[in-house]
Design a protein around this ligand. Structure first.
Ligand code: FES
Length: 112
């Protein structure tokens, strides 16, 4: 390789890395982008968390893994709850069970 082509390769590898980062981040979004009163599954230190920002701006973060059989919960913006698409379990923004079949709360992520 000439000096030029190895420089070209290096630059493209970096672009690839950035794209990959963007991709990993994308469907999940970032905790900083959460507006007050909104919830989403976000990546935090490489881990998926179900994060909700309350009207005071405080983050409530719990595990997104439903304690029934392990599906990912999704934010229900009308009810401000985390709902599981698999069998209908529902959880509060702090992970407590509203409706089964799940009986255990979602794990809290206190380090947020
Ligand atoms: Fe969530 Fe069954 S896995 S309700």
């Amino acid at each position: 390789f000439s000096e030029k082509s190895s420089q070209f390769l290096k630059e493209n590898m970096n672009v690839g890395k950035e794209l990959l980062k963007g991709k990993m981040k994308n469907p999940s979004g970032s905790i900083d982008e959460l507006a007050n009163g909104c919830g989403d599954i976000v990546l935090l230190n490489g881990e998926k968390v179900a994060a909700y920002r309350d009207d005071q701006g405080a983050i409530h973060a719990v595990s997104p893994i439903c304690t029934h059989l392990g599906c990912d919960v999704a934010f229900n913006s009308a009810e401000k709850s985390w709902d599981c698409p698999c069998h209908g379990s529902r959880f509060t923004i702090d992970g407590d069970v509203i409706e089964g079949p799940a009986v255990k709360p979602l794990d809290r992520k206190n380090e947020v």
